[in-house]
Design a protein around this ligand. Structure first.
Ligand code: SF4
Length: 812
């Protein structure tokens, strides 16, 4: 039995390029459960966007464990610590089981009828007083496709407000926009199997070993096998991936674009580019070449604070392989110039002609488990099934499918991103805000402001959640929801693989699925189509899936060839899945025709520096004709830079053991014990200068707030401060806000966003750090197994995940 808290990635099954990734089935069962009596139900993990195939073990009506699915190409049986232990949150004693209504300042239990009647009554009142612009909806990256699609129809087709966004805005909005800018529509071009085939991996701003632990197992098995791929890692921290890298560039945060321009400068000047591919399948190469010509390694070295020769070496590795897989995540997406930088990662694959071929792709990686579905269904700022807001024919087509007048779909205003939605609530124009499965009182920037918005008397706040989160505690109505394992539905991971997750157990008490709550709401609101029939005409997840299939026909994310029955028989199916491709499609763009045609594309593109949106005529003039688009931009420094008062640069991020605001993982004993409290990570140089030692109590202050925690001295770059963003206040006395010392990282972050994707900046804030107390023998409550590995000796090693079995099948 392995301890998979101590050994995050488990045993190795090395293999050479081109051979199938061997099977290793990971399993964890609650102690004392009679193994022979456990019944297994098909599902997939929803604790990150890898979406590992897993079965849920049930005994006596309770979830008692999980095991990976051997045949699933996503994980070949493996599970990471969150997948192995995170399910225990389902059984947590503090699950919400009854709706709550605020009365006399207190949240008190109420019936579903009373709660939903109040929600409907307030909605009608706001619609009468202010119209649809008074209503806002902010949802999640952790629901199922069926929940999202019902939400999108209710809000866009029924209420007609543009104020609908997902917390995917904080996570994958830039991935979505970068894919649209370059390739015309959303959707990962490649397959996770490309990692088994490639000879070069380039990861920028993506701490794969911690954010996608099973993907890192896959990469480790290549790194430790024959024909090891070369690895270029860009990360200001010394991550586990950096420890294995051929080239590690610990750049100053906020300088991604300069580095990526510098790498392209080298690729072009050394002629490490596929000129034939570029000429035949791309446009705007000349503009790109002109822009990046101003970024020779010496200039980039100065901006990024890494040696020029290391930049040259990174470019040489990227430029001389034959099968390149690139990936980026929050280090790119949560910075200023996010979309501009993410587009350069696409450009590198295009310059090398390495897209649409085995072992060659780019992953604009997702973070949240079902983020892809938020985007596909239109439960964020996108129009359902990757349609284009600015294309009247696309809007008309959707209106026909929903049987509503196209004017009902709010294309008269741009879709509202969450930062703008909170601004409208702050100003008072939004007076009804429904928050579904997300926790903005911990996850949005500048938390004192977010709390003050949610606490306003004039704002009616509804929260749907399985737990009494920091946000739920500030609500007027709280609706208890069923989660994974307690409802049936589908979701799509970051290589477009769709899984079906079956209901394994009943939800606790009177908790209901989000889809059922929305069906009830639509009925109470009397939402109808233009013939007076109920707008939402399904009552089960399967019928909802069928409706979504119909609306995707002919679009890039075509689900028309899928069914629940088919998903039950397969180990995940990648879209598009059609009559012509009944088993789905592993790689998009194999014919090197991209989705950029004016009539088909999902977005006409943007000016990357200002965010100005292009119009149909601008796109038509470009005549992309199915060719990919090189987007170029000059580097500009972030708005907030270190100064005398705030001389260090903060970045926030995740650890391998927690998910988002810890509402689930904080309730799994092993995960919580591995990373129980916030810590403040500093470089050795800064710690020495500030006379701070491992475990000392420190205070981090930005112009917006302060956080206190114990110091971990680790291997990150000089000038960098890292604070994990998982920690809030739900497990403390007040539960909603700091009670004395604050420790939510977003007390420090800035209200600012990328001009194109509108993704907030969590990776750049100027801060000041000071010691406020001695360690007195304590060390920081940070894992020793990850990027936060301590430099000091004698720190107790992170452990405590005993009882996991690993079954190897080397021949796969
Ligand atoms: S890698 Fe992600 S999807 Fe897979 S087990 Fe871990 S948390 Fe779950």
């Amino acid at each position: 039995m392995a301890d998979r808290i101590a050994d995050i990635w488990g045993s190795r099954t090395p293999h050479p390029a081109g051979s199938a990734w061997p099977v290793r089935v990971d399993r964890f069962l609650e102690q004392g459960v009679p193994e022979g009596e456990v019944e297994w139900t098909r599902s997939a993990c929803v604790l990150c966007s890898n979406g590992c195939g897993m079965d849920i073990g049930v005994h006596a009506g309770r979830i008692v464990g999980v095991r990976g699915r051997a045949g699933d190409h996503v994980n070949r049986g493996r599970l990471g610590p969150k997948g192995l232990f995170g399910w225990q949150a389902n059984n947590s004693a503090d699950r919400l089981t009854e709706p709550l209504i605020r009365r006399g300042g207190e949240l008190r239990p109420a019936s579903w009828d009373a709660a939903m009647e109040l929600v409907a009554e307030r909605s009608k009142q706001v619609l009468d007083d202010r119209g649809p612009l008074g209503m806002g909806f902010y949802n999640s990256g952790q629901l199922f496709l069926e929940d999202y699609y019902t939400l999108a129809l209710v809000v866009r087709g029924g209420l007609g407000t543009p104020h609908l966004d997902g917390n995917t805005r904080l996570c994958t909005a830039t991935a979505d926009f970068a894919l649209k800018e370059t390739f015309g529509t959303d959707g990962a071009p490649g397959s996770l199997e490309d990692f088994d085939l490639c000879d070069t991996i380039f990861a920028i701003g993506h701490n794969i070993p911690e954010t996608h632990t099973v993907l890192w197992m896959r990469i480790l098995d290549r790194l430790e096998g024959p024909n090891r791929p070369r690895l270029v890692i860009v990360d200001p921290r010394r991550t586990e991936a950096a420890r294995h890298a051929d080239v590690h560039l610990p750049i100053r945060n906020g300088t991604n674009l300069a580095l990526l321009n510098g790498i392209q400068h080298e690729l072009i000047s050394n002629n490490w580019i596929d000129r034939e591919f570029v000429a035949a399948h791309t446009i705007d190469f000349a503009k790109l070449a002109r822009t990046v010509s101003a970024y020779p390694p010496e200039r980039v070295a100065e901006i990024c604070d890494v040696p020029a020769d290391a930049i040259r070496e990174a470019a040489r590795v990227i430029g001389t392989g034959e099968r390149l897989v690139s990936t980026c995540l929050q280090g790119v997406y949560q910075s200023h110039q996010a979309t501009a930088s993410a587009c350069q990662v696409n450009n590198i694959s295009l310059l090398r002609g390495m897209i649409g071929k085995p072992g060659c792709t780019v992953f604009q990686m997702n973070g949240q488990p079902t983020a892809q579905n938020t985007r596909e269904t239109g439960a964020d700022g996108d129009l359902t099934a990757m349609r284009n807001w600015q294309n009247p024919e696309h809007v008309e087509e959707l209106a026909r499918s929903w049987n509503v007048d196209s004017i009902r779909i709010p294309t008269w205003a741009p879709p509202t991103h969450v930062m703008q939605m909170f601004r409208y609530a702050e100003e008072g124009s939004i007076s009804f805000l429904w928050i579904i499965g997300t926790n903005p009182a911990v996850s949005l920037p500048e938390l004192h402001r977010i709390r003050s918005i949610l606490e306003q008397e004039r704002l009616f706040v509804v929260v749907s959640d399985p737990f009494l989160t920091e946000t739920a505690r500030l609500a007027d109505v709280v609706l208890p929801t069923a989660v994974w394992g307690e409802k049936t539905g589908t979701y799509t991971n970051h290589d477009r693989t769709v899984h079906l997750s079956e209901q394994a157990v009943e939800p606790p008490g009177n908790a209901r699925s989000d889809m059922d709550i929305l069906l009830d709401y639509a009925r109470r609101m009397g939402l109808t189509d233009k013939d007076g029939a109920p707008l939402v005409n399904w009552s089960s997840p399967e019928r909802c899936f069928d409706a979504f299939k119909a609306v995707t026909r002919g679009r890039p994310c075509d689900y028309s060839g899928m069914s629940y029955e088919k998903l039950r028989a397969a180990e995940g199916i990648p879209w598009p899945c059609t009559e012509d491709h009944p088993d789905g499609v592993k790689r998009l763009y194999a014919d090197h025709r991209f989705n950029t045609e004016t009539s088909f594309c999902e977005d006409y593109g943007h000016d990357l520096l200002t965010g100005a949106a292009f119009e149909q005529k601008d796109r038509a003039e470009m005549q992309p004709g199915g060719r990919a688009i090189f987007k170029a931009a000059d580097f500009v420094p972030p708005h907030e830079s270190p100064d005398d008062d705030h001389p260090l640069l903060l970045t926030t991020g995740r650890t391998a053991y927690h998910w988002h605001t810890r509402t689930k993982t904080g309730r799994a004993r092993q995960l919580q014990a591995a990373a129980p409290e916030v810590w403040v990570e500093l470089s050795a140089e800064d710690a020495e200068r500030l006379q701070i030692a491992e475990g000392d109590l420190v205070r981090v202050a930005s112009p917006r707030g302060a956080v206190e925690g114990r110091a971990r001295i680790a291997g990150g770059r000089k000038g960098l401060v890292f604070v994990p963003f998982h920690y809030g206040y739900w497990d403390e006395q007040d539960g909603a806000r700091p009670n004395g010392n604050a420790h939510a990282a977003n007390e420090l972050t800035i209200t600012e966003w990328d001009p194109v994707s509108k993704q907030p900046l969590f990776k750049i804030a100027a801060v000041h750090v000071e010691k406020i107390g001695d360690a007195d023998g304590a060390s920081a409550p940070a894992p020793t197994t990850t990027a936060s590995e301590p430099l000091a000796d004698g720190v107790p090693a992170t452990a405590g995940g005993e009882g996991v079995s690993e079954t190897m099948e080397r021949d796969g």
